[in-house]
Ligand binder design. Structure first.
Ligand code: SF4
Ligand code: SF4
Ligand code: SF4
Length: 472
């Protein structure tokens, strides 16, 4: 008898709840709270370990960041892993995120204390504040080496927890996730094509459902099996951009009509949006500059070319301490503006948009697929060079003895986990695949005009490919 996957993969998707242990885990009352609590304990431990710690005198903070457990775990492993997970599996990190637990608890506390709680306004929901937060973090990374100093990283984690508490107290309906979370826009734009998605199985069952447990306001403040705390309408879900995969609607749906689907990447039946909002567009532009810079740093030739204007301006000003901040402005603002002006003009010349701004807004979401692939490429390069330090950092979390041994020559720097040619080959494959998906995304939005966007998409992918070719 021939076995066929077709009945399992109906229209390119498979309901993971058909696997009994997965179903038992996801429907368990302790899920995801126990996992969130464990992650919160990890955050608190990292804060305690990093508090007040900085690189010993005379030691490069760049190398020290790899030997200290806090900076290594947060910036060398968690951050790149989040990018990979978002692209592959959507907002799966949100499933176990400790900050959602903190804001959930403080929202309940605020309600219990009788504090007046506000609905987040339109501007907050558009991601405007998240854009400012993300930009500020990237500037602090460039200018103050937030990612290389364990003490700063501890303050950063405290800031995340504190904002989750304060916004939980004064806002309602999961406001922290919807309008304040630093990585909210990143997960939104990268997670859209992820292979994990919460969707209803049958529209008919939902139409016939009189109770509507998944949206019923009476269920919203229960401890578990709540109606969607994000105020989404689960029965009408057609995109993964806002769904936190918290499984509450799955638990609350008594007709058992919600699924956790494993699907083909960039699922064709999902809704596409022809133009991006302004905060999203600016975020994607900023991200493109950051990713280009990050890719360039792996090859001295491109690194020198990219940073040449920064060196010139810094030398002209005559104040080297400003170099990092100037690099931040160049990477996150000026370079992206130049890049997008060029790419947008190409689309304009191809008659793909009536104006430059319109070209940007049309290009942004298809193009983010390529940007995400570049980000993943940098992630794997970073993990490869940082990962070898993990056993030493677990053995000695402060990393002080390790860095002393390394700088005195008593020990050797751990080898990269993977050879750079292999990393480059994987990265080029990623960019190639992303280019195909990106063109497909543009076509799914508008089959008549997508051809005009192809040259811009190819140019960005070509730029990434050229930089990565130098890693061999
Ligand atoms: S949106 Fe942010 S805070 Fe909310 S669950 Fe996701 S990562 Fe955590
Ligand atoms: S998802 Fe479930 S609870 Fe919600 S409308 Fe459909 S059947 Fe009813
Ligand atoms: S749609 Fe369901 S899984 Fe998604 S955020 Fe709402 S309750 Fe959670």
């Amino acid at each position: 008898m021939r076995f066929s996957f077709k009945p399992l993969f109906k229209e390119g998707s498979f309901d993971l709840l058909r696997i009994r242990p997965v179903r038992a885990l996801l429907l368990w009352h302790g899920f995801p709270y126990v996992f969130q609590a464990l992650m919160l304990a990890m955050f608190v431990l990292l804060i305690a370990l990093g508090w007040g710690v900085s690189a010993p005198d005379g030691v490069s903070d760049k190398l020290y960041a790899k030997t200290n457990l806090v900076t290594l775990l947060v910036w060398g492993i968690w951050w790149p892993l989040m990018v990979w997970l978002a692209v592959l599996l959507g907002r799966v990190w949100c499933m176990v995120c400790p900050l959602e637990l903190v804001s959930n608890l403080s929202e309940r506390l605020g309600r219990w204390l009788g504090i007046r709680q506000f609905e987040p306004g339109k501007w907050l929901l558009s991601g405007g504040l998240i854009l400012i937060f993300y930009f500020s973090i990237q500037m602090l990374i460039a200018g103050a080496h937030l990612h290389r100093v364990p003490g700063y990283t501890a303050i950063f984690l405290i800031f995340l927890i504190a904002t989750a508490i304060v916004t939980g107290l004064f806002f309602k309906h999961r406001a922290y996730c919807r309008g304040f979370c630093t990585v909210g826009l990143l997960l939104n734009v990268y997670g859209r094509g992820g292979m994990l998605a919460v969707r209803p199985e049958s529209r008919q069952v939902c139409d016939d459902c009189s109770e509507k447990w998944c949206v019923n306001a009476e269920n919203r403040h229960k401890l578990d099996a709540r109606s969607c705390p994000t105020l989404l309408v689960p029965k009408a879900l057609d995109s993964s951009k806002d769904c936190l995969v918290c499984t509450q609607c799955i638990k609350s749906c008594q007709p058992d009509n919600m699924q956790l689907q494993l699907r083909t990447p960039y699922y064709s039946h999902d809704t596409r949006y022809p133009v991006t909002s302004w905060p999203m567009l600016l975020f994607i532009m900023l991200l493109s500059g950051f990713v280009v810079y990050e890719l360039c740093t792996e090859w001295s030739v491109t690194k020198n070319i990219f940073l040449w204007p920064v060196k010139m301006v810094t030398a002209e000003i005559g104040y080297p301490a400003l170099g990092g901040w100037i690099k931040g402005v160049w990477t996150l603002m000026i370079f992206p503006l130049l890049l997008w002006t060029f790419l947008g003009t190409v689309t304009l010349l191809m008659k793909g948009a009536p104006s430059l701004i319109q070209a940007w807004r049309q290009l942004a979401l298809p193009m983010v697929v390529v940007i995400a692939a570049g980000h993943m490429a940098k992630g794997i390069a970073k993990f490869t060079s940082w990962g070898g330090f993990l056993p030493g950092a677990i053995h000695e979390p402060s990393g002080v003895e390790t860095i002393k041994a390394l700088t005195s020559g008593a020990d050797v720097v751990p080898a990269s986990l993977l050879g750079m040619p292999f990393v480059a080959a994987v990265s080029l494959t990623l960019v190639l695949m992303a280019t195909l998906f990106s063109v497909r995304e543009a076509k799914l939005v508008d089959a008549d005009t997508y051809r005009a966007q192809i040259p811009s998409i190819l140019m960005l992918a070509g730029l990434f490919g050229f930089i990565i070719s130098g890693w061999f």
